[in-house]
Write a protein that binds this ligand. Structure first.
Ligand code: DP6
Length: 325
C-alpha cells in the first residue's frame, strides 16, 4: 500500500532545548508551538516485496545506509506493525533542510503518518505524536492542528503533543525572514546534548513550567502584546543557553541581528511585531494579520533579507491522495 502525508514545520513559542532522554527524545521541559502553513514536507512511503534495503530520497537526493535516521524510524513502524519489508520513501520539503526551520519536525511528522498508514496501522493522534517524537522531538508537535502543547512526560507513553487551538483560532501570521541559506554546522540533536555545559541552563529549566502556564493563559485571552513579549524573551533565553554552552553555539548571522534591531525599532514606530529564532539564523516574526503587508514591505527593504515567507497557522499532519512516485 502506497501512502502520502503532508506535515507543516512548526515554530515554538516556548522552546524545547535539552532532553531527559536522548534516545527517546523525551524533553527536559514542555513546549508550545504553531504549525506554519507555507512550510511543508510531503512524504510518500511504500513497503515493497523483494527490496533489499530501504530506498530513501529526500529533495531529490538518495540517502544511503541502513543506519540512516529515516531507516531507524521505519524500524519503529516495522516493529509496531509486524511488517518485515523494506520501504521506498520519497520526501520533498518546500524550504531548505537544516536551516533552522525545523525541517526534521515536518519531515518526521509526515513520515510517521505516511509510513504507519502504508504499514496498515491505524494510530490515534496521540500515538502518532509519540511515534513522530522518536524520529525528531519537535515532530511530535507537527502532528497536531494549529497551536500545540507538547507535554514533556517522563516515559515514552507520557511524552506527546496535542492541539490547544485549531489553526483558525487567532488571526496572526508568522513571517520568516530568510537571512542565510547556509546549512548550520551543529544540528539541533547535538545541541540538545550540550545544555548541561551552560551555567544558565539550570536557571532556564527552573522557570519553564511557569512560562508554559503563562503562555497558555495569554493564548486563552489572545493578548498579542503579552504574547509577543513572552515569545521574544523566551527565544533570547534559549539563545543565552546556546551562546554559553561548551562549545558555544552561535546560530545568528549578521542579518539575524539586523532584523532583531529593526523589529524593536518598528515597534517604537507603532508596528507591533515580535521575533523568535530557533537553532538557525532565520528570525521568524509574529504579527497580527492586519500588519502583515507593512511588515513584509519593510523586511524586503533590508539588503540582508534574501527572502520573506508569510505563514498563517497550519493544520496538523494528514494523509493526502497525490503520491510522489
Ligand atoms: C531550537 O526537534 O530538531 O527548534 O529531537 O534532536 O530532532 P531532535 O531536535 P529538534 O529540536 C528543535 C529545537 C528548537 C526548539 C523547538 O522547536 O522547540
Amino acid at each position: 500500500m502506497k501512502k502520502t502525508a503532508i506535515a507543516h514545520a512548526n515554530m515554538a513559542f516556548i522552546k524545547y532545548w535539552g532532553k531527559k532522554n536522548l534516545e527517546l527524545n523525551i524533553p527536559a521541559n514542555g513546549s508550545i508551538s504553531v504549525n506554519l502553513d507555507n512550510l511543508k514536507s510531503l512524504t510518500t512511503v511504500e513497503f515493497v516485496e523483494g527490496l533489499k534495503k530501504d530506498e530513501v530520497t529526500i529533495n531529490g537526493q538518495k540517502e544511503v545506509g541502513e543506519e540512516s535516521r529515516v531507516s531507524k524510524h521505519l524500524d519503529r513502524i516495522r516493529k509496531l506493525s509486524g511488517i518485515d519489508l523494506k520501504a521506498r520513501v520519497v520526501s520533498e520539503n518546500n524550504y531548505p533542510t537544516a536551516g533552522g526551520l525545523a525541517s526534521s519536525g515536518s519531515g518526521f511528522a509526515a513520515l510517521s503518518v505516511a509510513a504507519s498508514a502504508a504499514a496498515g496501522l491505524k494510530l490515534t493522534e496521540q500515538e502518532l505524536s509519540i511515534l513522530a517524537r522518536q524520529g525528531s522531538g519537535s515532530a511530535a508537535r507537527s502532528i497536531s492542528d494549529g497551536i500545540a502543547e507538547w507535554l514533556a512526560g517522563d516515559t515514552n507513553e507520557e511524552s506527546y503533543a496535542y492541539s490547544l487551538y485549531p489553526a483558525d483560532y487567532w488571526d496572526i501570521s508568522a513571517v520568516v525572514a530568510v537571512v542565510s541559506s547556509e546549512e548550520k554546522k551543529i544540528k539541533s540533536t547535538q545541541g540538545h546534548g550540550l545544555v548541561e555545559s551552560s551555567p544558565f541552563y539550570a536557571v532556564r529549566l527552573s522557570e519553564m513550567s511557569k512560562k508554559i502556564e503563562e503562555m497558555k493563559e495569554i493564548l486563552a485571552r489572545r493578548d498579542f502584546t503579552a504574547f509577543g513579549e513572552l515569545l521574544e524573551a523566551e527565544a533570547l533565553n534559549m539563545h543565552a543557553v546556546m551562546l554559553t554552552s561548551k562549545p558555544a553555539l552561535v546560530y545568528w548571522r549578521g542579518g539575524t541581528v539586523e532584523v532583531m534591531h529593526r523589529v524593536r525599532k518598528w515597534r517604537q514606530e507603532g508596528l507591533e511585531s515580535y521575533f523568535t529564532i530557533d537553532a538557525g539564523p532565520q528570525p521568524v516574526l509574529f504579527c497580527e494579520n492586519k500588519d502583515v503587508e507593512d511588515l513584509v514591505s519593510r523586511l524586503k527593504q533590508i539588503d540582508m533579507v534574501k527572502d520573506v515567507v508569510v505563514n498563517k497557522p497550519g493544520e496538523g499532519a494528514r494523509l493526502i491522495e497525490e503520491h510522489l512516485f
